[in-house]
Design a protein around this ligand. Sequence first.
Ligand SMILES: [Zn+2]
Length: 109
Amino acid sequence: MSDISVNIEIDDEAKYEKCFYCFASLSKYNKENDHFPVPYDCGGTQTIPACVTCHDMKDRFPIDRWTIETWTELMVEFDKLRSRTLRILFAKVVCAAMRMEKTRKKELE
Ligand SMILES: [Zn+2]
């Protein structure tokens, strides 16, 4: 179903012990298997370990509902991005989220 085929290498220790996103220690109580890089509903079968909070933020909490604190945190991290593609992707995501938020607010008026 999906055209994307990317195999994310995860070392054995990280596979079972750390959240792929925030590196928090995982237990059987807070570990979830996140379909990444291809979402499950797009045919993805590979999963990475994620804590519930990160998995929620990625898949269950719409980006236009992210808080200003989250965006501020991201903007601080922007300088650390050294890849042109990642910087453009980041800028694109921020613009898209702001447009979605603007549209949502207009619909509520
Ligand atoms: Zn996490």
